[in-house]
Design a protein around this ligand. Structure first.
Ligand code: SIN
Ligand code: FE2
Length: 204
């Protein structure tokens, strides 16, 4: 892993190419084992809208959404416990988070062709002193960051496989989203698509 001086996107720190191709491939293998235990689900917002991203999680808690609301749960919707957070993701957390404990959740977002994520804030954690640390794998995506108070004005940047982002400090509650994925733009995942991991500390 290589963490030099990060780029700044409205206060979000971005390390381009932090994971080399071998580290990316090793992390994908760890994630395959996670997803065998906790399969991706197509989540629904509390308002009943089907999200285009498919999700699973690893760690003590997983973020879920359904008609009952957005929340962290100790189990996959199937009732099974979440798998342990992959070691390759924990190493990134240790390198950049400056937080003295491991994250409680590693959310696993899978973007197929046409998937996107609307502008939002990550607020369900209840702990805003700790950052959210993101790892991108597979196809590139246009990542957008606005302000803490409102989503616009915003700036965007292409997140590519192996890039790490830290949403923390004064930007911890920054609005952010994914405009689109450049499907097939990376060879890491043989069938295309993008995986984004976000590690979070959750206050009970
Ligand atoms: C998220 O905000 O949960 C996802 C960010 C990303 O996919 O890069
Ligand atoms: Fe987010």
């Amino acid at each position: 892993m290589s963490f030099g001086t990060p780029l700044d996107l409205n206060g979000v720190k971005i390390w381009k190419g932090a994971l080399d191709p071998a580290a990316q491939a090793a992390l994908v293998e760890e994630l395959r084992a996670c997803l065998a235990q906790a399969p991706l689900v197509a989540p629904v917002t509390p308002g009943g809208r089907k999200m285009s991203v498919r999700m699973s999680a690893a760690g003590r808690l997983g973020w879920v959404t359904d008609r009952r609301g957005y929340r962290y749960e100790p189990r996959h919707p199937s009732g099974a416990p979440w798998p342990a957070i992959p070691g390759g993701a924990l190493s990134v957390w240790e390198a950049v988070s400056a937080w003295p404990a491991p994250p409680d959740c590693c959310l696993i977002n899978w973007y197929g062709e046409g998937a996107r994520m609307g502008m939002h804030q990550d607020r369900d954690e209840g702990e805003f002193a700790a950052p959210v640390v993101s790892i991108s794998l597979g196809d590139p995506a246009v990542f957008r960051v606005g302000g803490v108070e409102k989503p616009a004005p915003s700036k965007s940047l292409r997140l590519e496989s192996g890039d790490v982002a830290l949403i923390g400090g004064d930007a911890r509650l920054a609005w952010h989203g994914v405009d689109r994925v450049i499907f097939g733009g990376s060879a890491l995942l043989p069938k295309g698509g993008r995986i984004n991991l976000t590690m979070r500390v959750v206050r009970d």
